[in-house]
Ligand binder design. Structure first.
Ligand SMILES: Cc1cc2nc3c(=O)[nH]c(=O)nc-3n(C[C@H](O)[C@H](O)[C@H](O)COP(=O)(O)O)c2cc1C
Ligand code: SF4
Ligand code: SF4
Length: 422
């Protein structure tokens, strides 16, 4: 059986799944429940200066039958007293010494405050610190959270203060509310952070109530931009993760992947694109702590099937499979194929291909149903029909190279080759 044990920056945990800094990690009762359920570690809900939360504070995007495809919050950092949090952290470590205890911090914007907070945190016996440079609401108005993460020079300065004091590993959690995460990541790595984590939440408005015109979440008729997370943000998180893992600057910097991990398959994808640790928030808030059983068994079975013995064997295996667009092979060509035995004759593929401009599906009118076949010479292999088809594996894409050699766009132009007329 695959070995799921993890050592991220030397912080050991029986599996790579940590609960991200959020409500599930905001008090002893929750964290003990998570550890009993089998979570490898937690990042304690962010500690810092005094805050007060509003009601309501969560909102979601439902899509079709799926509830909470995307989740949004206007919650702030921990609103419990600092001394209570610190005592409870110490007690959790004592009860579960084999689990990772990382504490998320967001101090006021001065060296003294950071040093004080780090000192008090280290006295609990915590194994690591995560710097919250990402909270997109509430704290930003006070120059903290995403305001730090969005400005590489401020982020560098804060990490320098932190590294002067910290004696345990420091993870810097990046904000996705930027054009590219690379400049801030580079600055904090140069300032000495030991590891990185991404992503924090994406600034969002989840919706408007068409009866009352109130924007969600509604706080007495008013709302505010919130932080978006959950399954909907996974593609954005994976792209940002890849932009770091492909970059030689971050070669020796371990990355904790966060953002929409809801199944063991999602977790495997984050590992394949370069994360060596995984953090989860929305899925645990929606399904409860027991979801860890599915994560552990699914990931371990898949690793066994693939002959991957330990987490490090998985990390980064797919990083090189993403390149720049102009390096893609213009001679690689696939066409769609419809399995007539599986087809339920709904015509969705035909409508999509017709109206999305390729007109590559032949319709043969018939009773009681029409028959659909692919006009192979016309098909550009775009995948659209496969994506809309409601029957799994009814439409498959078949490789049909028109030339064996690799040809990229710069070479295409250099040879003065003709454009086609699709
Ligand atoms: C209600 C809520 C509160 C959160 N509070 C914090 C926080 O205090 N500190 C922090 O770094 N991230 C916070 N986050 C962000 C999560 O740690 C995580 O980065 C984000 O939710 C993406 O992961 P997910 O898609 O698995 O939810 C919060 C998220 C939610 C939903
Ligand atoms: S792959 Fe694209 S072009 Fe080809 S049949 Fe399907 S929708 Fe049409
Ligand atoms: S979408 Fe799928 S099931 Fe429907 S007609 Fe096309 S191939 Fe058949």
């Amino acid at each position: 059986m695959a070995n799921l044990s993890s050592s991220f920056l030397g912080i050991k945990s029986p599996n790579p799944f940590w609960l991200a800094s959020a409500p599930p990690t905001d008090k002893k009762l929750n964290v003990l429940g998570a550890f009993e359920a089998g979570w490898g570690g937690v990042v304690w809900k962010t500690l810092g200066s005094q805050v007060k939360n509003v009601s309501s504070r969560y909102s979601a995007v439902n899509y079709g039958n799926k509830r909470i495809m995307g989740f949004n919050n206007i919650e702030l950092i921990s609103d419990r007293p600092l001394d209570v949090n610190l005592r409870e952290i110490r007690e959790c470590i004592r009860e579960f010494p084999d689990r990772a205890m990382v504490v998320s911090l967001m101090a006021d914007n001065d060296r003294e405050s950071w040093h004080n907070l780090i000192d008090q945190t280290e006295q609990t016996g915590a194994h690591g610190i995560e710097l919250n440079f990402g909270c997109p609401h509430g704290m930003t108005e006070r120059g903290m959270g995403a305001s730090v993460g969005q400005d590489p020079e401020i982020a560098r300065m804060v990490v320098e203060w932190v590294m002067e004091k910290a004696t345990i590993p420091v993870i810097t959690k990046l904000t996705p509310n930027v054009h590219s995460v690379v400049p801030a990541a580079r600055a904090v790595v140069e300032a000495g952070t030991n590891g990185l984590s991404l992503i924090n939440t994406i600034q969002s408005i989840t919706g408007v109530d068409l009866e009352t015109f109130d924007v969600r979440p509604n706080v007495g008729g008013q709302s505010a931009y919130g932080g978006y997370c959950g399954p909907a943000v996974k593609p954005i998180a994976l792209k940002m993760l890849h932009s770091l893992s492909k970059n030689p600057v971050f070669k020796n910097i371990p990355i904790s992947g966060i953002g929409g991990i809801s199944t063991w398959q999602d977790a495997a994808e984050f590992l394949l694109l370069g994360a060596s640790n995984l953090q989860v928030c929305t899925a645990a808030m929606k399904h409860g702590f027991r979801i860890i059983d599915d994560f552990n068994s699914g990931l371990s079975n898949w690793m066994d099937e693939k002959g991957l013995k330990k987490i490090d064997d998985v990390v980064g295996l797919s990083v090189k499979k993403v390149t720049d667009w102009e390096k893609l092979d213009l001679n690689f060509h696939i066409v769609a194929n419809i399995d007539q035995d599986k087809c339920i004759h709904c015509g969705l593929c035909y409508i999509a291909c017709e109206d999305a401009s390729h007109q590559s599906i032949q319709i043969e009118k018939g009773m009681p149903y029409n028959t659909y076949t692919i006009k192979e010479p016309e098909c550009v292999g775009c995948n659209l029909c496969k994506l809309v088809c409601p029957v799994d594996n009814c439409i498959t894409m078949v490789e049909q190279r028109v030339a064996p050699e690799y040809l990229n766009w710069p070479e295409f132009q250099r040879r003065g080759m003709k454009l086609n007329d699709h």
